[in-house]
Design a protein around this ligand. Structure first.
Ligand code: KG4
Ligand code: ZN
Length: 356
């Protein structure tokens, strides 16, 4: 079988991205291009992503981003093996823009369409960057998602745990907002934390020691809010110490929850993971990364973390997930619908519904 060459399109949130990625039959990868246009500046006056504005911005620049990705890859549409687009989950306006564009290209170029789950793309990125073998333990931590998953194969994901309330990135963003730091909050909180003293506030570590590898962050967020209200008006030192103490609590929670996830992995699969893999924007946080390195060593497993540009939303991960699916003969019909919600593990989602 020849190499697969796939165009990938990502428009589920506030990044417009297109990439061309090759996959050899043995699973080797080559990122030929990965063009990412962030909308951060467009949304920052509003303190968060405004869905209608995001969709309009995707419409305006997606064609150019795709043309640039094809140009940088020196690729012609006739050479492509398929067109992949993130078909969800995400902000539906943007998802429609990306998926519809992919369908049009697939139709015009007579190439297969692959509708990729955005979370699956995050989950498979470690195979693109590090060639990690199945099955592995994935910590997915982004602005919208916080999950521990057993990644068993392409299309086979078991959710071991999830957040009961806020996502980790969301908690970073909300703490930033309450401390009047600019959006997006994660990197700002991290920068402030470097300047602060983590021992000043003893914030709660929700779920610590629980057997089920679930997360809960709203209590921690509220504790930060109460302390900030009590201290107001905040000095620069207060802000830095609040960020440092908050981040230290998050780090402890993540370490403990990943250990619980590894136990759940072993219970379920009867073996340990080939690697601990982190994905999603929050994995760009240096202290969280360092902690995961230590936890992986404790667990006697390898740690794989894509570079920050491949941890946050990007077209290369969509193209790669498309190539992985195509390599297994998976493709989609042109009438497939975009999905605002699309759990990776439908069984876990159904069970959560039954419990609620
Ligand atoms: O994966 P991503 O780019 O977008 C999705 O949510 O899908 O993740 C963005 C999230 C935001 O909540 C952002 O604040 C957080 O990742 N983030 C960070 C850092 N960089 C980004 N959180 C903590 N520390 C960081 N350095
Ligand atoms: Zn994402």
């Amino acid at each position: 079988m020849a190499d697969l060459l796939v165009l990938g399109i990502e428009t589920t949130c506030d990044e417009t991205s297109a990439a061309v990625v090759a996959r050899s039959p043995s699973g080797a990868s080559d990122i030929r291009s990965n063009v990412i246009r962030s909308q951060v500046e467009i949304h920052s006056p509003y303190g968060g992503v405004v869905p209608e504005i995001a969709a309009r911005a995707h419409v305006e620049i997606l064609d150019h981003v795709i043309a640039e990705a094809m140009r940088q890859a020196n690729a012609d549409y006739s050479e492509l093996s398929g067109i992949a687009a993130a078909a969800g989950p995400g902000l539906i306006g943007g998802v429609i823009v990306g998926l519809t564009t992919a369908k049009a290209i697939a139709l015009a170029a007579k190439k297969p369409l692959v509708a990729v789950n955005h979370l699956e793309a995050h989950a498979l990125t470690a195979r693109l960057t590090d060639g990690v073998a199945f099955p592995y333990l994935l910590l997915l931590v982004s602005g919208g998602h916080t999950q521990l998953l057993a990644v068993e194969d392409v299309g086979r994901y078991t959710r071991l745990g999830t957040t009961l309330d806020d996502a980790v990135g969301e908690a970073f963003d909300k703490v930033a907002k309450m401390l009047s730091l600019p959006y997006p909050g994660g990197p700002q909180v991290e920068a402030q934390a470097k300047l602060g003293y983590a021992g000043r506030f003893a914030f709660p570590r929700p779920m610590l020691g629980r057997r089920e590898p679930d997360f809960s962050l709203s209590g921690l967020k509220t504790a930060v809010r109460l302390e900030a209200d009590r201290l107001a008006p905040l000095s620069d030192d207060d802000v830095a110490d609040l960020c440092a103490s908050f981040q230290a609590a998050v780090v402890d929670v993540i370490a403990d929850r990943v250990r619980a996830g590894a136990r759940a992995f072993r219970d379920r699969l009867g073996r340990g993971p080939t690697a601990l893999v982190a994905a999603g924007g929050v994995a760009a946080n240096a202290m969280i990364r360092e902690t995961l390195v230590k936890v992986a060593a404790e667990l006697n497993t390898r740690f794989a973390l894509p570079t920050p540009a491949l941890c946050t939303d990007n077209g290369a991960m969509i193209a790669w997930a498309g190539a992985e699916r195509l390599s297994r003969g998976m493709r989609d019909r042109l009438d497939i619908s975009p999905r605002a919600r699309w759990p990776l593990d439908p069984h876990a989602a159904a069970a959560a519904h039954a419990r609620a």
